[in-house]
Write a protein that binds this ligand. Structure first.
Ligand code: FO1
Length: 325
């Protein structure tokens, strides 16, 4: 079975572990978000790609969901001693090696997709990880700023999230998206998939930013495969992260049903909502033309995560059977 998943950072990566456990024999392609990427100290950093790589490769700092396990911070301490910032974003020594390899390869002219493939080789990933695009498309967030002209300014997503702790946002902008194109293999992975999965990643700044790359949203909408998503919103709030803030920025209510409707019935064939908190959402989602099932959605253990992934595949199979007749 060929499965293609659009995944962001921590939630997406943890879900993918459950998906692999549910169908170990499947060929899984992950289309990763590049909107969080940024250059710091001259190094190109790809947080969401690295979270998938480290999580599925066994090197992740489990408690954080980003960065390396058993990390040291010798370089960060030296940078601090030199008074070189920013002090709100810390790079660990092991993690820096990833950014050095990436930056060196990008500098030699390799596209991000080739760099990602090379980095993933070391981690012996059980999936193929593709960036959504080889181009630089960074997510910026428009926030209030009394000193700025018009009282608003755009900040890079990392500053918005890590330094500012996600204040109220007015708009989300994928800078450069309009001239970007899908990375090699992305459209084929969507067209050739037997199942397409939208993990419980942030629907705006993780999956939304992947869909912003010209051609990707249409490819998913046109795909023969059933598209099944899992709600990142449980009981009216995000399980982790700042999805509530960025959903408000795009005018979407912070509910499991609203996120499904935000993706839309032309993109989404099936949607999983949490059985304990959101069983009442099933009727609304079904009324929007999206098949909906209520199952436990908290990734509280590897078994719970595997069961969620299995539920998504079961719904996909049901939808395939429907269209097959
Ligand atoms: N998140 C933080 O809250 N503080 C950090 O200092 C930080 C450093 C960092 C370094 C590399 C990396 O790949 C991720 C890092 N993150 C940090 C997490 C990052 O902001 C998130 O992984 C995503 O960008 C949002 O999902």
């Amino acid at each position: 079975m060929r499965i293609t998943a659009l995944a962001g950072g921590v939630g997406g990566a943890r879900f993918l572990r459950g998906l692999i456990a549910a169908v170990p024999s499947a060929e899984i392609t992950v289309i990763g978000n590049v909107g969080d990427d940024m250059t710091m100290h001259g190094l190109r950093i790809c947080p969401d790609l690295d979270t998938v790589m480290y999580t599925l490769g066994g090197g992740i700092h489990e408690g954080q969901g980003w960065g390396r396990a058993e990390e040291t911070f010798g370089v960060a301490e030296e940078l601090k001693a030199y008074g070189v910032g920013p002090d709100w974003f810390t790079l660990g020594d092991k993690d820096i090696a990833t950014h050095l390899v990436r930056t060196q390869m990008l500098g030699a002219g390799y596209p991000l997709s080739a760099v990602t493939e090379a980095l993933c080789t070391r981690w012996k990933l059980p999936v193929r990880l593709l960036p959504s695009t080889d181009e630089r498309v960074e997510t910026h967030v428009v926030i209030d700023d009394a000193e700025a002209a018009g009282g608003r300014r755009a900040v890079h997503f990392q500053e918005y999230w890590v330094r500012m702790h996600a204040p109220d946002a007015h708009a989300i902008v994928s800078v450069g998206a309009e001239t970007a194109k899908p990375a090699p293999g992305v459209l084929a992975a969507i067209a050739e998939a037997d199942v397409i999965v939208l993990p419980p990643s942030n629907p705006v700044v993780s999956i939304g930013t992947i869909l912003e790359i010209p051609g990707i949203r249409q490819a998913v909408a046109d795909a023969a495969a059933p598209v099944v998503g899992l709600s990142p919103i449980v009981g009216g709030g995000p399980v982790r992260g700042m999805a509530d803030k960025v959903l408000a920025a795009v005018g979407v209510a912070v509910t499991a049903a609203a996120v499904a409707e935000h993706y839309g019935a032309n993109l989404l064939d099936g949607w999983l909502v949490d059985a304990d908190a959101d069983g009442g959402a099933v009727a609304e989602v079904e009324a929007a033309g999206i098949a909906c099932r209520a199952v436990p959605l908290l990734m509280s253990s590897p078994e719970a995560t595997r069961a969620m992934a299995q539920a998504a595949l079961d719904l996909a199979a049901e939808l395939s059977a429907r269209t097959a007749v």
